[in-house]
Design a protein around this ligand. Structure first.
Ligand code: SF4
Length: 352
């Protein structure tokens, strides 16, 4: 049987696993402390465990990290890692250092089934879901392969894949990343981004809901369906009605991601429709000017159009920020490095 990847087990599952090896539950706490507090990467390094237990673990369990295939470092300090999983599939993770924090963008699937037209990951379709342990392992791997960047302080589930299309693994990974016995990053610093899978949003635990980012990118169904096929299943009205009816505590809000595609969804009329649509939603808006590369179907918006778009939303009292594009010179939008290496010329690009 395949060894169990321990990064994917929460405390209770690990205690059960350890009990199955005829060991006491406190051993699970020792193992978690070794992995997440002391950064131990092998069972041999867990010296307070008995030799017998370490030998059992070496057979039954795994602490395998994805292999580093390639690391690219941008002029602005953003680092992108191409990682190879145990079955040879490849994923990307991006590390974005900013003053006082280090944000990691993690992948949740190999490829993606959602087919967004502006996204490079979409080109190859969905290959497979990642296990929870493979999601968590990206953070451990980043600490190993990029020690110069220090500890990851923020995590965004915005890499390859639609996180809510891999619901169970993502919910479990979120719990391991945010629990004090796990990676122990504050829930407020872990963001899950979705293209708008309404059925999954409705069942999300509250801890994940309060930091949910929804990729909207259009203000009419015709426009959105043209770039995001998910809209055919869950149109804008249904998506926004769901967000409006979900209860958030006073100071919490959703994030609406809006990729500005030059000449497509970046006019003042779009901004006006967006303001109307979002009026009932507790949200802040991230505006992301599209940054085309070779083979793009879309073009960048002009700075002037971005400014006008943002100003209109600010006038309407929205919190609307233009998100800085990081790592442009290394194609740091997730999915791009894998597409490059796989020589996938048909794949469009991803900005969200
Ligand atoms: S933008 Fe996200 S959801 Fe859409 S195809 Fe790309 S990875 Fe999938």
């Amino acid at each position: 049987m395949k060894p169990v990847l321990l990064y994917g087990l929460d405390r209770e599952s690990l205690e059960n696993f350890i009990a199955g090896l005829d060991e006491k539950p406190f051993r699970a706490r020792q193992i978690l402390s070794n992995i997440y507090r002391r950064g131990v990467l092998s069972f041999a390094g867990m010296t307070e465990l008995s030799v017998t237990l370490r030998e059992k673990l070496a057979v039954e369990a795994s602490l395998e990290l994805p292999a580093l295939v390639e690391k690219q470092v941008s002029r602005d300090g953003t680092e992108k890692l191409l990682l190879e999983l145990s079955d040879g599939e490849r994923i990307e993770t991006v590390l974005i250092p900013e003053e006082g924090r280090l944000t990691q963008c993690v992948s949740t699937q190999v490829g993606c089934a959602m087919g967004c037209r502006f996204c490079r990951t979409a080109g190859g379709g969905l290959v497979r879901n990642l296990e929870a342990g493979e999601i968590v392992a990206q953070i451990i791997a980043a600490q190993k392969y990029c020690p110069e960047l220090g500890r990851v302080t923020n995590v965004v589930f915005m890499g390859m894949g639609e996180p809510l299309h891999n619901y169970d693994a993502v919910v479990r990974a979120f719990s391991i990343i945010t629990s004090d016995w796990g990676i122990s990053i504050s829930r407020r610093k872990v963001t899950v981004s979705t293209s708008g899978l309404v059925d999954a949003i409705q069942k999300l635990p509250h801890s994940m809901l309060m930091n949910l980012a929804v990729s909207l990118n259009a203000t009419t169904d015709e426009q959105r369906s043209a770039i995001m096929p998910v809209n055919l299943r869950w149109p804008i009205a249904e998506l926004l009605k769901t967000l409006a009816t979900l209860e958030l505590p006073d100071r919490e809000h959703f994030t609406i991601e809006y990729v500005l595609l030059g000449g497509f969804n970046d006019t003042l009329e779009d901004a006006k429709r967006l303001a109307k649509l979002l009026a009932p939603i507790k949200c802040k808006i991230n505006l992301i000017p599209y940054n085309p590369h070779e083979g793009s179907h879309f073009k960048a918006p002009s700075q002037e159009d971005v400014r006008k778009f943002q100003e209109y939303l600010l006038e309407k009292n929205f919190v609307a920020m233009v998100r800085k594009s990081r790592g442009d010179d290394i194609l740091a939008a997730c999915g791009q490095l894998r597409a490059e290496r796989a020589e996938c010329p048909a794949a469009p690009e991803k900005e969200s």
